[in-house]
Write a protein that binds this ligand. Structure first.
Ligand SMILES: [Cu+2]
Length: 334
């Protein structure tokens, strides 16, 4: 309600200002002055205002950057994340340098070169040296950024080693399920034809690799263990987003996408780093996938090996929950 009132007041203020300007125009017409006439005093005021605007803008940028810095992600929690973070930082530095140089020059020039009837502008139809400089510098800088970015991308999307832990992340409207490959480290095959109310992932119960698979609603990762996520979707495009690990990959129906990374900081370590005793890693859906998209998240825990083994020991396998559990019913049905 307050927002609406503020908007109404602002709209009325704009209309009022427009009317006042119109009245001023009409009075100047009546008094015989030309409305386009710009006096040297006007030029001075506008030139000065450019400097004031530049100063206010710079102070505002500095203030908001410091004031809202805590909304930035904490230090990356995976080895791949460190590379992405460095790439981002190099980009930020370049963008900030170019931003400050161009904005300062823009407003300073508006002040310095305000109209002066005694000054004539130089006529420079072409200047090869200048054109070569402003072509070559951006070419080198942007070319360097592309090469650097592609190198990082190739490294972080390199194939996972065989020893990497395999976990499936399955998205559906509106939840995530994690499936661990179990002691054989091979995920059992799955097929959408096998999806039913007790098997939403469509896991093939005839494939013996699926017997030791473990389905969970929480993603536990072992610290310093290379981990590869195989990502599937049941219905629409979702996106697996693990901001603290700087990981993101789409979940696309009909295909399996993947992302390989190594978590390097346990949840306990990250709680110390963020000075937040209730901090938890999170896996979010980062594609607007429907009405309850915002609820589509899963808690992520990075454990030391013993805690990880303890948690894993408490989980039930697909064989225990679906195959063994389903057999008596199947027999009874026959
Ligand atoms: Cu989603």
């Amino acid at each position: 309600m307050t927002t609406l009132l503020v908007l109404i007041v602002l709209t009325l203020a704009v209309i009022a200002i427009a009317r006042v300007v119109r009245i001023l125009e009409l009075t100047s017409q009546l008094s015989g002055e030309s409305e386009e006439l710009v006096t040297p005093a006007d030029n001075k005021i506008h030139g000065g205002l450019s400097l004031v605007f530049l100063f206010i803008g710079l102070v505002f940028i500095g203030y908001t950057t410091i004031r809202y810095a805590h909304f930035m992600l904490p230090t990356p929690a995976s080895s791949q994340g460190v590379e992405i973070e460095n790439l981002m930082n190099v980009n930020y530095v370049l963008i900030f340098v170019v931003f400050f140089i161009t904005q300062i020059l823009l407003f300073y020039f508006a002040y310095k070169y305000q109209y002066n009837k005694n000054r004539r502008a130089d006529y420079i139809p072409e200047n090869h040296k200048l054109e070569v400089i402003w072509t070559i510098i951006p070419t080198i800088v942007l070319g360097g950024m592309i090469v650097y970015g592609l190198t990082v991308w190739n490294r972080i999307t390199a194939p996972a080693p065989d020893s990497a832990q395999k976990i499936e992340i399955y998205g559906q409207q509106f939840k995530w399920t994690a499936r661990y490959a179990g002691s054989d480290n091979i995920l059992g095959s799955a097929n959408f034809m096998k999806i039913n109310s007790s098997n939403s992932l469509g896991i093939d119960s005839l494939d013996h690799h699926s017997y030791d698979d473990i389905l969970t609603n929480e993603l536990h990762l072992k610290v310093n263990q290379p981990t590869v996520l195989y990502i599937r979707s049941q219905d629409v495009i979702h996106s697996v987003f693990l901001p603290h690990f700087r990981v993101q990959m789409n979940a696309v129906p009909g295909m399996t996408t993947q992302f390989f990374f190594t978590p390097t900081k346990t949840t306990a370590e990250m709680r110390k780093i963020t000075k937040n005793p209730t901090f938890d890693y999170i896996l979010l859906c980062n594609k607007i996938c429907g009405a309850a998209h915002y609820t589509m998240k899963m808690k992520v825990v990075v454990d030391e090996a013993p805690q990880y083994a303890e948690w894993m020991g408490k989980q039930k396998t697909f064989y225990e929950t679906n195959v063994m559990g389903a057999t008596p019913k199947a027999v009874a049905a026959n």
